[in-house]
Write a protein that binds this ligand. Structure first.
Ligand code: NAP
Length: 316
């Protein structure tokens, strides 16, 4: 059984992979090229791909009858893999749910607080040695405690964010999801995204990417938001129509945005980089040593189950 891991991994994960499998660990940190994906499907039994490795229907069409039978994705989001095309080619797909939940919720709160309280702007001011000193109207931001938060996608991460907002910051939680949830904290469900957008101070996105949610946040939804409201996206860049977001920020339709993900990442539009009221992170949601190690073990658990002929723990 030959295993390909598409990126360098935390040391513990690489050590386990080398101990348990005949593994090749790719040293580059950039996504697999088309040719590398075709080679991976032809020459390996299992591949551990990750974000950016675009296993599209086209790639599967170009590699008929692949040797590869499992893509054990490193990450909970798998919108870079055409799962239907994989299935049709006889390739199973797994992911790493749960391991990422708290860290990603923490980054959502980092973005919410940083954007509301102008932390990025303030840090830039201090670093530029431009700070003139404290005064009563210096850099007034948006109060967070007790405010209204709307969560789009009340799954594992959405609920972890909601818990932080409710228990940590006394916020009033409302949400939109495909279905209402049975929650152990107060949260108001609506199936009307525009109504939710118009009724909150912070709108946080926690839905999966993919065709179903592409541009879910468009000019209409942004237009429904309050001019004092802030949009936070830790989901996938394509969930937001980035041009519409830039336009909404430029005309003051919304007050700010906190972004961990981008429609065409790693490209981040100059217009966003020019705005002080936007917090920009380089997709840091799960970026802690512990979480990336847990994710790696989870991906390898799926590989091990496949090799042993057991049911896959995390099929998608
Ligand atoms: P999850 O448990 O599957 O939750 C996703 C939620 O989105 C579910 O509640 C689902 O509703 C809802 N949803 C799906 N399609 C929807 C739609 N069209 N409209 C409204 N709601 C919809 O997934 P998760 O573990 O929370 O992860 C969510 C996503 O976060 C991942 O897919 C990934 O793309 C992203 N993520 C980002 C980072 C990062 O580094 N920034 C890290 C981890 C994950 P139902 O429950 O009603 O079906």
């Amino acid at each position: 059984m030959k295993l390909l891991i598409a990126r360098p991994m935390p040391a513990e994960v690489e050590a386990r992979a080398r101990a348990e499998f005949d593994v090749e660990i790719r040293s580059e940190t950039l996504p697999l090229t088309r040719d590398e994906m075709l080679q991976a499907l032809r020459d390996f039994d299992v591949v551990v791909p990750t974000l950016g490795d675009l296993f599209s229907a086209q790639v599967f069409a170009e590699a008929p009858n692949p040797r590869c039978k499992l893509l054990a994705n490193f990450g909970v989001g798998y919108n870079h893999i055409d799962v239907d095309a994989a299935r049709a080619a006889g390739v199973a797909v797994t992911n790493t749910p749960g391991a990422v939940t708290d860290a990603t919720a923490d980054i959502a709160m980092t973005l919410l607080l940083s954007t509301a309280r102008r932390a990025g702007e303030g840090e830039r001011l201090v670093r530029a040695d431009d700070w003139q000193g404290w005064h009563p109207t210096q850099m007034l931001g948006h109060h967070v405690t007790g405010k209204r938060v709307g969560i789009v996608g009340m799954g594992r991460i959405g609920q972890a964010i909601a818990r932080r907002c409710h228990f940590g910051f006394g916020m009033q939680v409302a949400y939109q999801s495909r279905s209402a949830k049975d929650l152990d904290f107060p949260a108001v469900y609506t199936d009307d995204l525009k109504a939710l957008a118009g009724s909150v101070d912070f709108l946080i996105l926690a839905v999966p990417g993919g065709a179903e949610t592409r541009h879910l946040i468009n000019a209409l939804v942004l237009g429904a938001m309050n001019p004092s409201a802030i949009l936070i996206n830790i989901a996938r860049g394509e969930v937001v129509d980035e041009s519409a977001l830039i336009a909404a920020l430029q005309v003051g339709e919304i007050a700010g945005a906190g972004l961990d993900v981008y429609e065409f990442e790693p490209a981040v539009p100059q217009a966003l980089r020019d705005m002080q009221n936007v917090t920009l992170l380089p997709h840091l949601g799960t970026a802690t040593e512990e979480v990336r190690t847990d994710m790696g073990h989870m991906a390898l658990d799926n590989v091990a189950a496949f090799v042993a002929g057991h049911a896959l723990p995390n099929p998608v």
